[in-house]
Design a protein. Structure first.
Length: 174
């Protein structure tokens, strides 16, 4: 008996929406040429696949009213309190329209406000507890470095021993 596998959103779009395979290929090429991350590519393709599946056609075949209606639905979605689905859809569409040379369509998309909330700052006791939590010393050291240097995930992944200057205790992050 064969194991049943479920299709991803992108695979469903390739099967259901004529021309979506070319959309995927075009996005893959541009992300590679621009040196962007695989997660950026996956996120944009998934968002465009969701939109394409919803309407049964490619984004460039949609009119402004259809796109706005879809975005309003995302913005009002109670399952996404951070509005991340909405934001990622706008970013993905903007990127896609620019690749196609449809800059007017990209500009016509809603602008996104930056969150104005202040970051949470831990007090000394909370920091001590945080840094003591990992059982292994190397994990404590990495966690301390990440926090004290304010590193992002990808910066930590790309960090090399040669980026750390032993004499000054400083590091160079690219």
């Amino acid at each position: 008996m064969r194991k049943k596998t479920s299709l991803t959103i992108v695979e469903k779009a390739i099967i259901s929406v004529p021309g979506f395979d070319l959309v995927k290929k075009k996005l893959e090429q541009q992300v590679t040429l621009r040196g962007q991350s695989q997660s950026t590519l996956n996120n944009y393709i998934r968002r465009i696949a969701l939109l394409s599946l919803h309407f049964g056609k490619l984004p460039e075949q949609l009119d402004e009213e259809e796109i706005n209606e879809y975005l309003v639905g995302l913005a009002r979605d109670p399952r996404s309190p951070s509005r991340s689905s909405f934001k990622h859809m706008v970013y993905g569409l903007r990127y896609y329209y620019r690749i196609l040379g449809m800059n007017k369509r990209a500009i016509a998309l809603p602008s996104l406000k930056k969150d104005t909330k202040l970051p949470v700052i831990l007090n000394r006791d909370e920091l001590r507890e945080l840094f003591r939590t990992p059982a292994l010393l190397k994990h404590r050291i990495v966690l301390t470095l990440i926090y004290s240097a304010g590193l992002r995930g990808q910066e930590v992944i790309n960090l090399k021993l040669s980026d750390i200057d032993d004499s000054t205790g400083s590091s160079r992050v690219l």
